[in-house]
Design a protein around this ligand. Structure first.
Ligand code: NAD
Length: 440
């Protein structure tokens, strides 16, 4: 199959590289000339484990290329994937579909024959029908088919998720749609290995992506709320999470209490989902509550840090370990650190930051912080160390060395990596985590 991938971001690049590894001929397109020039030199613009090597191999074998020329990529392609961004629209939280519709118009102009246009971007119900309408209106003489193929990969584990997915969802406009054959051919390597493919209609495919993200965000938020109660009543959220997660109906994943969810998907997708509900007169009260509780969770973390620092942050130095929204990515979009760090600064704290990959993006998002490469250097003379992201580098710290470097050895472990006993034994005077008892 010849595939054009429009949008070479986290999803477009990973999908393009993996499709080429399936044996297809893939051209990845992006408007961002610098990104494409870098990719043509073999430079991967994002941090994603394993991606650089897989990309290099498929380029070398002649199946993968990069261009800014959409028309050249689309002309002659069997399938054109739209993988552009769908950020939150300013003001109302709706998904901003302008990039998707602009891409559809460009595809319509460039197509030279019957083409299957596949939306991989996360888009609200009705978007694929609008894409179909745009295509038909622009080129009534051409046979376009549309398919909805939402992506479920996780940043940091994207290659494995794409190559070994829990499922692939494909929405089509009717069961006998010719696009079915093209989609089946594209995902053939997964078919052959018995990964489930859910064939459905366009609306159900669109809904599936939002319902999945809203559910996962609810699960995280549920345990974060339970954590707050655990702190108040003297329970340990890690035991509670294990106790409930071993129930097969609940499952152990997404039950790690922390500083609130962030990232490029959950915040904007829960918000767009709630907005779709409002648009259709169906109040999604659970999702609305999840959004509100998550905001409150981030605010609760700031109070927790201030309390641990002795009640006031004015003039205190805080060393923050980890600012990306999760480990193994450089993605800073909606990371809890973007709410927590400025709030610490607003209360008068001086903030130092260490993050293995977050600096490039974080430098302009977190003005006024000092960037360091080493946690022990960051802790030197500090009054508080706060772990915000559980990078492996922060999972096996020499706590004794960390504590002895500090002016006041206080540790806020917002990912529950360490135990109060370990912190006490290492010489910390105060320790707080999420949903467990600390000491000070
Ligand atoms: P991104 O911002 O990293 O990448 C989007 C890319 O599209 C950018 O490089 C941009 O320059 C390019 N672009 C925009 N309009 C273009 C056009 N007309 N022609 C060519 N290039 C164009 O976004 P992302 O994180 O890859 O997300 C893409 C979509 O996938 C979103 O809808 C997102 O919700 C969804 N998604 C993301 C993830 C994730 O983990 N990041 C997971 C699943 C789904």
């Amino acid at each position: 199959m010849r595939i054009a991938m429009i949008g070479t971001g986290y999803v477009g690049l990973v999908s393009g590289v993996c499709f080429s590894d399936f044996g297809h001929e893939v051209v990845c397109v992006d408007k961002h000339a610098g990104k494409i020039a870098g990719l043509q030199r073999g430079e991967v613009p994002i941090y994603e484990p394993g991606l650089e090597a897989l990309l290099a191999r498929n380029v070398a074998e002649g199946r993968l290329s990069f261009t800014t020329d959409l028309a050249q990529a689309v002309g002659g392609a069997d399938a054109v994937f739209i993988a552009v961004g769908t950020p939150s629209r300013r003001g109302d939280g709706h998904a901003d579909l302008s990039y998707v519709y602009a891409a559809a118009r460009e595809i319509a102009q460039a197509a030279s024959g019957p083409t299957v246009v596949v939306t991989k971007s996360t888009v609200p119900v009705g978007t694929n029908r609008e894409v179909a309408r745009i295509l038909r209106e622009a080129r009534p003489e051409l046979a376009f088919a549309v398919a909805s193929n939402p992506e479920f990969l996780r940043e940091g584990a994207a290659l494995d998720d794409f190559m070994r997915p829990d499922r692939v969802v494909v929405g089509l406009d009717g069961p006998s749609e010719p696009a079915r054959q093209v989609m089946a051919e594209i995902y053939r390597p997964l078919f052959l290995r018995d990964f489930p493919i859910v064939w459905t209609d366009l609306e159900s495919a669109e809904m599936t992506k939002y319902a999945a993200n809203a559910f996962l965000a609810a699960k995280i938020t549920f345990i974060n709320e339970v954590a707050a109660l655990c702190e108040a009543v003297g329970a340990d959220v890690k035991s509670v999470a294990r106790g409930i997660g071993l129930d097969g109906r609940i499952g152990p994943k997404f039950l790690h209490a922390g500083p609130g969810y962030g990232g490029s998907c959950f915040p904007k997708d829960t918000s767009a989902f709630a907005q779709t509900g409002r648009d259709h007169g169906v109040a999604l009260r659970l999702t609305e509550a999840v959004i509100a509780v998550n905001e409150a969770t981030k605010a609760r973390m700031v109070d927790k840090l201030a309390a641990l620092a002795g009640g006031a942050l004015e003039g205190r130095t805080v060393a923050v370990l980890g600012v990306t929204f999760k480990p193994n990515t450089d993605d800073m979009r909606e990371a809890p650190s973007l709410a927590i760090v400025p709030a610490l600064q607003a209360r008068g704290a001086r903030v130092r930051v260490v993050d293995p990959q977050g600096r490039r993006e974080g430098e302009h998002l977190l003005p006024g912080v000092a960037w360091l490469d080493d946690p022990y250097a960051a802790a030197q003379g500090a009054h508080l160390v706060a772990i915000l992201t559980e990078w492996n580098q922060f999972r096996a710290l020499d706590l004794r060395r960390l504590a002895s470097a500090m002016a006041e050895p206080r540790l806020a472990d917002l990912r529950n990596i360490y135990s109060p006993d370990e912190a006490r034994a290492a010489g910390f005077h105060a320790y707080a985590s999420v949903g467990r008892q600390g000491f000070d």
